[in-house]
Design a protein around this ligand. Sequence first.
Ligand code: IMP
Length: 234
Amino acid sequence: MTDTARNQIAIILATGNRDKVRELRPLLEHISPLFRVFALHEIGVNVDIEETETTLEGNALLKARAIFDLLAERFPFMIALADDTGLEVGSLNGAPGVYSARYAPMPEGESPTYKDNVKHLLRSMNGIADRTARFRSVIAMKGSLPSSQSPFLFEKIADGVVHGSITLEPKGDDGFGYDPVFLVDSTGNTYSEMSIAEKNALSHRSLAVQKAIIALKDILAAHGIPSTVTNAPL
Ligand code: IMP
């Protein structure tokens, strides 16, 4: 069975979305030798956690808690780290928001693809001049850390926001989800016109992860756990 080395703390990416894993891993992998990063599929876990909350914070925490509870025995020292993300369009009153994954209406029992959602978004914005939008990610962590008595448990959330606008048509070949239609204000490119490293240098997800890492550093320091935690080299 895959396991952490003695004194190592597992960071479990609490998502079944391989596209998110591709972005999260380089942000977390080299922050400290204290941590070892695992995606769920690498440790043989295949679960579908239903997102029943009405906020990004609620859903991110729900996912972190579910994976923490599932793996607590197997990884005594561990941080379950979940991401919930929404695209919020001003002229659509913040939609699709927390429902970004399930935006396009589908027949009963079917889930929309990324393409279905993008198509539905462009159709919903047909003729709308105000195309301002923002991407918001919430990272939730539930962790168990070594301490002098019993393990120390913590929960923490952090968020990241990037402002942009919705293009009239998809642009670029990389990325996932709404990336081809989200034009970043600060660069004038869509996320799909960026490599993962370029997107990670400025994205909503990356900003949330950077804040989560700072919070983690403080938690470790407050509990006297020696570590050198650095932000991901961006
Ligand atoms: P959730 O966070 O798993 O609920 O994902 C919400 C949906 O938003 C996903 O299915 C994607 O379609 C979309 N999404 C999440 N993160 C990104 C991103 O970084 N770029 C583009 N679309 C995203």
